[in-house]
Write a protein that binds this ligand. Structure first.
Ligand SMILES: [Zn+2]
Ligand SMILES: [Zn+2]
Ligand SMILES: [Zn+2]
Length: 276
């Protein structure tokens, strides 16, 4: 499985628009991996996770051909994960796609409400279809088996995170969420899951947790330790900190990499590819 991190930031990006904070200033000076766009990932060039406004930048920077993408799964309706207007660029006149091209989009009811204005036209033309899913539902998309898990995040955003398997490898893409709900841990236990890669919400980096809905490095460490001790991961599992905010402490890429490495984590950057 080829897992590509296209965008690795929360809503404001790093550097953030209008921001003069130290993290944004230093990231702007450093450039390269210190620059982070809004959240999106791609598996094997065919399965897209989230659809932010930076999809267009990701498409340019990574020279993507989006007509290879058959499925798009959306975590929730916040703007750093979903910008529905660009789905309408699939309509005739805006795009010329190969005969038979079809995009399947999955998300919860709150995502459905947000994509409805653009999805109706695409569905009529047979170009796309939205399927509503619920937490703990497992569904198939191409060769992938995907399970939506409930996030502890803004309930008005219809948040879920995803466990994705291609039959050989299984990855967990856990954004945006607080430390997992007890029901999620019970699900892992009941289904005897095993992950080859785990990407965890690290919005706060080294900032102590002050609100519910995201994690930082300390909570990522707790998730990793619990997964290792309960057998959902092993020494080969790749753990990644991902989805950062400029408000985090020690969040600038060069500062954060050694802190995360000491605790067994890789640090995502825009364009990072992992062969799982
Ligand atoms: Zn987010
Ligand atoms: Zn800033
Ligand atoms: Zn969010």
């Amino acid at each position: 499985m080829k897992f590509r991190f296209l965008g690795t930031c929360a809503a404001e990006g790093i550097p953030a628009l209008w921001c003069r904070c130290d993290n944004c200033r230093r990231s702007r000076e450093l450039g390269g991996r210190a620059l982070r766009t809004r959240s999106q990932a791609l598996i094997d060039d065919t399965l897209l996770i989230d659809f932010p406004s930076d999809t267009y930048k990701h498409f340019l920077d990574n020279r993507l051909d989006l007509t290879n993408v058959e499925t798009c799964i959306i975590t929730h309706n916040h703007s750093d994960h979903l910008y529905p207007t660009d789905f309408s660029m699939l309509a005739p006149g805006f795009s010329h796609v190969q005969d038979g091209y079809h995009l399947s989009v999955f998300g919860t009811d709150k995502v459905g409400e947000k994509v409805a204005p653009v999805m109706g036209n695409l569905e009529k033309q047979g170009l796309a279809h939205f399927t509503e899913i619920k937490p703990f539902e497992t569904f198939s998309a191409g060769k992938y088996t995907i399970t939506a898990l409930p996030s502890i995040h803004d309930p008005n955003a219809g948040p879920v995170f995803y466990m994705i398997s291609d039959g050989e490898k299984t990855v967990l893409y856990a954004h945006d969420t607080h430390f997992f709900h007890d029901d999620v841990w019970a699900y892992f236990k009941e289904h005897r899951v095993h992950f080859d890669m785990v990407s965890l919400d690290c919005t706060n980096a080294c900032l102590p947790l002050t609100y519910v809905g995201h994690m930082g490095l300390a909570e990522n460490v707790q998730v990793r330790e619990k997964m290792l001790s309960e057998g959902y991961a092993d020494e080969k599992t790749v753990f990644v900190c991902n989805h950062f905010s400029h408000n985090g402490i020690s969040v600038v890429y060069d500062d954060f990499v050694p802190l995360a490495a000491e605790r067994g984590f890789r640090v995502s950057y825009d364009g990072m590819i992992l062969e799982i």
